[in-house]
Design a protein around this ligand. Structure first.
Ligand code: SAH
Ligand code: SF4
Ligand code: F3S
Length: 435
């Protein structure tokens, strides 16, 4: 194979100036946060992050393993990078994220073009090797390019202690570990000082957060971050229905900056299927949580995740999910076809829903949700919404998000960072037109 002729370590140091770094990332918000942390750490040791691939000396891939498709994408990227690496001596490729957690250093044998595999939970070794390799060309803390970020993700709990039978996350991200609340608040204040207006607290199971110092749960942390001066909006994701407590719903109802939004993945609306998934709640309990949320916070934005075609999912089971979606009328539904993941409990069961059935169920959910989202958005016509302006589109109009996380376009001029009150004039399934 051509890749096997690509020289490995030791790397030839690059010609002039500090090595430039290109970071490629897929997967969930946790990876977005990890990619930002890596860029900062690269700058701290004197490398230049934020380079386009053509100009870069080091490419770092932040990968995802949630479905086979995500792994295939990283493999495709590595294929492309083999050619990139051959174009200039001294180029190197590093890989981290959930595929590193899953396959570890075994990836070095599978992809000969790869130079480093490292775990995001322990990046010291990786950065020590970079310092070693590039010594002499590092510039010593490089200022990060001025950030125009208005919205930032802030991880507060790492890992997951649930054992949903289809899910690889607990294997690749490890056990739950909560960060001290004081550290989270300090990070939030630093982000706001740097221009961030909206912060989303992150965790795979964010509502299982427990401050190791005070013992307080997520509602306490939300209350503390909500008070950070200068912050306009606060969000959190992803929550497990098991930990969606009354206190949490009360926090959404009362904290001024915390947005009226709840992202609560249900996965299936059928009790047998939920049991096989080991989701630890029943459909009726889940519905009661949403009912209470809507009671306490009228107009709350509701989002969920659905897996179709899980092992043994019958048409009747799928129908239960479909009916739940019709009944609840979520604002957003993320639907995926089940993809068996090696090492998980469900991997030992036959993946017995045919690909065409999975894809048909997926399409049915998408079609239903399009109608629901459109209908729900249209009920907002004539109402006032608050939009945090995030940017300017190609046609010169500003766009941003409502507190319920709907995309809105503004007819009148505004600047990124502005909080604008506007009236909804038109609505489609995925966006609002406002003035
Ligand atoms: N911690 C979050 C979600 C983590 S993964 C939670 O518990 O809800 C994000 C989403 O990917 C999941 O909600 C699920 O819908 C989907 N997912 C996870 N494993 C999957 C698999 N093996 N096949 C298809 N979708 C999967
Ligand atoms: Fe995966 Fe379940 Fe943990 Fe979510 S709660 S990350 S689906 S194991
Ligand atoms: Fe993917 Fe890992 Fe997130 S598997 S979805 S990047 S936690």
């Amino acid at each position: 194979m051509a890749e096997s002729r690509v020289p490995r370590v030791p790397l030839a140091p690059v010609g002039t100036g500090a090595p430039r770094v290109h970071i490629w990332q897929i997967g969930c918000q946790m990876n977005v946060a990890d990619a930002a942390t890596l860029a900062e750490s690269c700058a701290e040791i004197g490398m230049r992050p934020g380079a386009p691939l053509e100009e870069a000396d080091l490419a770092i891939l932040v990968t995802c393993a949630i479905r086979q498709h995500a792994e295939d994408k990283a493999a495709g990227k590595l294929g492309e990078l083999a050619g990139w690496k051959r174009q200039r001596p001294g180029r190197a490729i590093a890989l981290t994220g959930c595929m590193a957690g899953e396959h570890g250093e075994g990836l070095l044998a599978r992809f000969r073009q790869l130079d480093y595999v490292f775990d995001m939970r322990d990046t010291d070794g990786f950065f020590a090797r970079l310092r070693d390799t590039y010594q002499g060309c590092l510039e010593g803390p490089v200022p990060m390019p001025a950030s125009d970020r208005l919205c930032a993700y802030l991880p507060v709990i790492l890992g997951c202690n649930e054992m949903c039978t289809y899910c690889i996350v607990p294997f690749v991200r490890g056990r739950e570990s909560s960060r001290p609340g004081s550290e989270v608040v300090a990070d939030a204040a630093r982000l706001v000082e740097g221009g961030v207006r909206e912060i989303t607290l992150l965790g795979q199971n964010v509502n299982s957060y427990r401050d190791p110092e005070s013992g307080k749960g997520l509602p306490g942390l939300l209350a503390a971050v909500d008070r950070v001066p200068g912050l306009s909006r606060l969000r959190f994701l992803t929550s497990h229905p098991r930990n969606a407590t009354e206190d949490l719903l009360q926090a959404i109802a009362t904290l001024p900056n915390l947005c009226e939004n709840l992202y609560l993945p249900v996965q299936s609306g059928d009790d047998d299927c939920l049991r096989r998934m080991k989701r630890e709640y029943r459909a009726a309990e889940y519905l009661r949580i949403l009912e209470r949320a809507r009671e306490l916070v009228p107009g709350i934005g509701l989002s969920t995740d659905i897996i179709v075609g899980f092992c043994g999912e019958t048409e009747a089971e799928f129908q239960s999910t479909y009916r739940m979606l019709e009944e609840v009328e979520f604002d957003t539904v993320h639907v995926q076809a089940y993809s068996p993941r090696p090492g998980t409990a469900a991997h030992r069961r036959p993946d017995d829903v045919a690909p065409e059935v999975k894809s048909e169920r997926l399409q049915r959910v998408l079609a239903l949700q399009r109608q629901i989202s459109e209908r729900r958005n249209r009920t907002l016509i004539g109402q006032r919404v608050e939009i945090l302006v995030e940017g300017v589109g190609e046609d010169g109009r500003c766009f941003g998000r409502t507190r319920q996380n709907r995309l809105g376009w503004l007819a009148s001029p505004a600047a990124p960072g502005d909080l604008v009150r506007a009236t909804v004039l038109g609505a489609s399934a995925w966006q609002l037109q406002c003035a």
